[in-house]
Design a protein around this ligand. Structure first.
Ligand code: 0X9
Ligand code: ZN
Ligand code: ZN
Length: 336
């Protein structure tokens, strides 16, 4: 009797049925959703429901608020349910035109459910941590980049006394608010808003994080472009008390990231590495006591900029996932 040809890595996994089920689900999902394309909000919204429904033991969907134009803001909680878990919060789509960012949040959740129970690191992460993933923070802006202006950055809220629309959500947090690298003029792309958390979207995010401060141990916010890994502060040139540790984590994370395709990232405190800019969510989260707070600026360095070709979604998400998993593993080993 001849043995069937089974890859040896599958033989090593003790529960073959889970593996087979996983491959089946995986096939269903990969035909149903195109992770290597940019998806419009309608598709992403439907996907948040589908991915939760298809993975009830691993993914649940919560609503944390409503956007200015009335769209529900869905948050995915990804992890194996168990008592007293700590969590990592990750958001995408702050800036409407940075399309690779939401693509990464979708990719991350897909890889989490696809590799849980098969890949050691992801399994350890999801067994011991929850990931709160906000696929798009600035949904109204994202929709506007699909329908009207591909280069839109801000929210779509109305400004009293001005015909200009929108606030920069990453200048709208209570962290040195509007003191540097931000504008008080509604027509500018870095308008800080009328007060911290003036936007429904930033208020919803801040409320959720404030309400879960005892569990959230890391904050990751995904932007593009420039290939940077930034940590606080950006509202001042002063470095944080955790500068040495954040520097070391970043150095190791970008080294790991580069192993896949050789993509080079620069890293450091925001103010000195990119520019001083107040009101960012990373600085705010850090000052709330979330020590491990990072901003990713994904590919590229300017050739395509915000209009990164779809052919680069896969390599970009693959390499970013390595860095995110590195940081998450570090956080898990250094819970505080
Ligand atoms: O300026 C920003 O908000 C980010 N760069 S982007 O090109 N995606 O707009 C960088 C944010 C760094 N962190 C803070 N300024 N707090
Ligand atoms: Zn951005
Ligand atoms: Zn250590």
């Amino acid at each position: 009797m001849e043995l069937p040809l089974i890859p040896t890595n599958i033989i090593l996994i003790d529960n073959l049925q889970n593996v087979l089920n996983g491959q089946f689900n995986n096939r269903v999902r990969s035909t149903g959703y195109q992770y290597e394309k940019y998806n419009n909000w309608e598709k992403i919204e439907a996907w948040t429901a589908d991915i939760a429904n298809e993975n009830p033991g691993l993914v649940s969907r919560l609503q944390i608020g409503t956007t200015f134009e009335g769209r529900p803001m869905y948050l995915l909680k990804v992890g194996k349910p168990s008592a007293n878990k700590k969590a990592i919060f990750m958001d995408c789509g702050f800036h409407a035109r940075e399309w690779i960012s939401p693509a990464f949040c979708q990719w991350f959740v897909r890889e989490a459910v696809r590799t849980y129970g098969k890949e050691t690191i992801m399994t350890q992460l999801l067994d011991n941590l929850d990931f709160y993933v906000l696929p798009v923070l600035n949904i109204d802006g994202y929709v506007y980049t699909w329908t009207n202006n591909r280069m839109w950055r801000k929210t779509r809220s109305v400004n009293a006394g001005s015909s200009c629309i929108g606030t920069d959500p990453n200048r709208n947090f209570n962290a040195g608010w509007c003191s540097v690298g931000a504008s008080g003029r509604p027509c500018d792309d870095t308008f800080c808003g009328t007060k911290p958390e003036s936007e429904k979207e930033t208020k919803a995010l801040a409320d959720f994080i404030r309400g879960n401060l005892s569990t959230i141990k890391a904050y990751l916010t995904i932007h593009s472009y420039s290939q940077l890994l930034l940590y606080p502060y950006s509202y001042t040139y002063d470095v944080t008390k955790d500068n040495v540790e954040l520097h070391a984590i970043s150095k190791a994370a970008v080294k790991e990231l580069a192993t896949l395709h050789g993509t080079k990232y620069t890293y450091g405190p925001g103010a000195s590495t990119i520019y001083p800019a107040a009101g960012g969510s990373d600085d705010w989260a850090y000052d709330q006591g979330i020590k491990y707070s990072f901003t990713f600026e994904l590919r590229d360095t300017g050739r395509y900029g915000f209009v990164l070709p779809e052919s680069q979604i896969k390599p970009t998400c693959e390499e970013t996932l390595i860095a995110v998993k590195y940081i998450a593993s570090y956080v898990l080993e250094h819970l505080y």
